[in-house]
Each structure stands twice: as structure tokens, then as C-alpha cells.
Design a protein around this ligand. Structure first.
Ligand code: ASP
Length: 301
């Protein structure tokens, strides 16, 4: 029996002010449509996830690829990871510079001997794989440069309250299931604004920022990485799918994040039957999903 196709994407769980909600919705819509088109043409869940994440990395609305937050040194360092639920293969990069689409580097790593490469080594690996390199300043946009100047003047890094109190941007992620029932999940981010050089959050860590297991679910996570890592949120959400359907599993995982570590964030998931779920405890989470019976993605914030 063939599985119904489905994709869900997110553009971060933060406070998203009213005037920025349209661009977040448009970006999520475009990514969901592009990813679903890959599935419809017979592409794999991995291909669909990569395509959807690339769309959002190329969109300066989000904290991923171009437009990502700068670290304390004024540099964009990106993290991304992708997982194949049929083979448990993982590919991830962290603190990579000079690459607009770190998810593509992660995708190359997925079928390599190694799971994760960080820092300068990740940029060298990207070049060896033929992923285009850019100048560091190509990833910096005015909005983020101004934000960096503001933090620098203040002289202190933002605390966890950035997730509720100010208009920071969101990490991106996607989960898809293909005709064969294979599930994939991926996440890409510039991390938290004004992070120290080399700081890595949950996003590139399998089981924390993303997870995929054909027998359970695929999950992509966003929010306060330091809290998410402590409860391995993506793996926990997938485990809930052993007993619960996607929407209930997503809620249960978010309760765990709130109750155990008072963490803020959100997640999207697709369970093994192709059911879509999401949950968040931030004020907003940009998201879009499309399943086979729909002509248009459902886009929400
Ligand atoms: N989870 C990301 C991090 O902590 C940030 C986000 O999801 O917006 O790096």
C-alpha cells in the first residue's frame, strides 16, 4: 500500500510582530509548495526536505542562510542537520561560515563516512562537495547588522526572553513523508542573536533539533536551544508517536519542554501514517503544511 504524501515546514517559534507575519507566511507557503512538488514528482522525502529548507535559507525573512542573526563578532555562523528515517543516517554542520545553504552540506554528509563537521572544516567540506561558497558579508542584511549594533551598544547578550519579548527571527525546518513511506526531517538556523563565537544550539544535533524514524515520525524543532537539548525534544516527540497520533504527540512533547525545563519553542511533525502535527508555547510559530488531498498549503502563524 502506498503512503499519502505530506510535508510540513516551520519558520521559527518566536514573537512575530503583526507587520512581519505576512512575509513569514509567504516564506512558509513557498517552501511547502516547493517541497510538496518534489514529492508529487516522485522525489524522496529527503529531496523534499532539502528543497523546502533551501527555499527558506534563501529567504531573508528567516534566521537561516541569508538574513541569519550575527554572532558577537558580527559574523554569520550557521547550523543545519538532516536525517533519513529509513536508514537512520544523519548529516549535520555547525558554526559553518561562507555557505548560504548549509542544509545542502548536511545532505552530502548524510551519505558520507561522518555525521557532523563543524567550523572551518565544514566550509572546506562544502567546497569539496561543490556546494557554492560566498563572501561572509553576502549573508549579512541591514536588519541584522542594525540588530547587532544595538546589542553591541547594550554590551550584553540577549537572554532567553528574546523568545518572547522582541522581534527576533526564526529558525527553519521541514518534515516530509514520500510515497514509499520514508520520512525525513531537517532544520537550519543562524542560532540565537549575538551568540558567542562557536555557540551551537539544538538545531544541528540529531534527536534535539530534528529526528526521523520511519517506524515513529519525523520532527523538526525550533526555540531556545539550550533548553531543547536538555530534553532531546525531537527524539522525545517521535517517541510519543509510538502511542499517540501526530497532534497529541506534538502537544505532549511541548508539555515536556515546558514542565521539565521551562523551555520556549515549538515543533512540527509527521507520524508514520502521514498525519501532521505541531505545537508551540511561544506566542507565534510560522508554519505551513500540505497533504495529498489539499490543492493549497494551509499556512498559519
Ligand atoms: N533553536 C535555535 C537555537 O537555539 C534557535 C531557533 O530555533 O530559533 O540555535
Amino acid at each position: 500500500m502506498s503512503t499519502p504524501l505530506a510535508i510540513i515546514v516551520h519558520g521559527g517559534a518566536w514573537y512575530i510582530p503583526a507587520e512581519e507575519q505576512e512575509s513569514h507566511k509567504a516564506g512558509c507557503r513557498e517552501a511547502a509548495v516547493a517541497g510538496f512538488e518534489v514529492l508529487r514528482r516522485g522525489g524522496s522525502a529527503l529531496d523534499a526536505v532539502e528543497e523546502a529548507v533551501v527555499c527558506m535559507e534563501d529567504d531573508p525573512t528567516f534566521d537561516a542562510g541569508v538574513g541569519a542573526h550575527l554572532n558577537q563578532d558580527g559574523v554569520v555562523q550557521l547550523d543545519a542537520g538532516i536525517m533519513d528515517g529509513s536508514t537512520y543516517q544523519v548529516g549535520a554542520v555547525a558554526a559553518i561560515e561562507r555557505v548560504q545553504n548549509p542544509i545542502c552540506v548536511a545532505r552530502h554528509l548524510l551519505t558520507s563516512e561522518h555525521n557532523m563537521i563543524v567550523g572551518a572544516g565544514a566550509t572546506i567540506y562544502a567546497q569539496a562537495c561543490g556546494v557554492p561558497l560566498c563572501n561572509p558579508e553576502d549573508l549579512v542584511i541591514e536588519r541584522e547588522h542594525n540588530r547587532w549594533l544595538e546589542y553591541k551598544e547594550r554590551g550584553e547578550p540577549p537572554s532567553e526572553t528574546v523568545f518572547t519579548g522582541s522581534s527576533v527571527k526564526g529558525t527553519v525546518g521541514a518534515v516530509a513523508i514520500d510515497r514509499a513511506g520514508d520520512i525525513a526531517a531537517g532544520t537550519s538556523t543562524g542560532g540565537t542573536p549575538f551568540k558567542p563565537e562557536g555557540r551551537v544550539g539544538d538545531s544541528p544535533l540529531p534527536g534535539c533539533g530534528y529526528y526521523a524514524d520511519n517506524a515513529l515520525a519525523g520532527v523538526s524543532v525550533t526555540g531556545h536551544g539550550e533548553s531543547i537539548i536538555r530534553v532531546q525534544l525531537a527524539r522525545s516527540a517521535a517517541d510519543f508517536c509510538a502511542k499517540l497520533q501526530a497532534p497529541a504527540a506534538a502537544e505532549a512533547a511541548m508539555h515536556m519542554l515546558s514542565d521539565r525545563v521551562a523551555g520556549k519553542g515549538g515543533l512540527i511533525l509527521i507520524d508514520r501514517a502521514g498525519r501532521v502535527g505541531y505545537a508551540y508555547n511561544s506566542s507565534e510559530m510560522a508554519r505551513a503544511f500540505m497533504v495529498e488531498r489539499m490543492d493549497e498549503p494551509q499556512v498559519e502563524i
